[in-house]
Design a protein around this ligand. Sequence first.
Ligand code: KG4
Ligand code: ZN
Length: 336
Amino acid sequence: MITLGIESSCDDTSIALVENGTRVISSLVSSQIEIHRRFGGVVPEVASRKHLETVLPLLRDCLDSSGIQLEEIGQIAVTSGPGLLGPLLVGLSTAKALAWYTGKPLIPVNHIEAHLTASFLTAGREPEYPFLGLIVSGGHANLVFVEGPRQYNCLGRTLDDAPGELFDKVARHLQLGYPGGPVIQKTGENGDQKRYTLPRPMSGKGYIFSFSGLKTAVMRVVAHEGDNLSLPDLCASLQLAVSDIFVEKVGLALKETKARRLILAGGVAANTVLRNSMLKLAKKHHAELLLPTLHLCTDNAAMIAAHGFFTAHLAPANSLAVNAVANWEMGGPYHF
Ligand code: KG4
Ligand code: ZN
């Protein structure tokens, strides 16, 4: 069974073909980073227009480069939320038109849920339950206990900013560029993680995350240090603070849920400091850690196709009537 995946929830247009939910035949991502860089963040209207220009040529490229005919596709999985409404509508409308034309089933997919499936796709395995999932991206910090397909028990989430958003805002303040995560990682590579003392917000407060205070603390260090500021040391100290927060909360969850499997997902899962600390933590708790490869951490349609494959049986029969939703809870009902 070949699933066609379509993703356009933010600033990446992506088309993928995945076989049986576990093997990527082709996954193409057209990034809009260069367009949004000068604004220091994603401009929704600009993103929608770019998705519209890109989606059909990218579909053509994906089919041509993999030698697959449209008729060979068994089903179409598409991100229908959460995300930016305009960008979501471009992908969803394209998917609906294709499903209607080919007569193949349409599977609406929740983008955040799909991030978790990326790790299983990397491993070439079917999702195995239960597992503990940490999704860390530009818009989310969610810690969930997953009991089955689309069955999420949300343990904790962020009260304010997401960790990727924190990296993006700090990078903008430091004029390091956009997106912030990769450039902060690179800048901090040889920095001293202990040089600057930064807070670990919500430490000792269960599963609640908060990152906006960390942003303020970084800005205070910048103002205080003036010309003496070491960017490598600051970037290294910031990454350690973020990673420490996750080590504490995920450690607590591993202990309380007794989960034997941990999945790290989302754009911030590409962060080397976080990946290494999660590896150590999983080892300490005798849990298996599944990590997505770097190109499956950030937004991509392969994870959408894979997640669509494993949740196809839960999709509504009248999926052509499904709406795009800017805020769609993980495991929440499909919207019409
Ligand atoms: O999952 P994603 O591609 O889009 C959302 O759904 O948000 O995540 C994008 C976020 C951005 O905030 C970006 O700065 C961050 O992931 N990111 C990283 C790294 N690569 C991307 N953060 C830390 N370290 C990285 N290596
Ligand atoms: Zn994402």
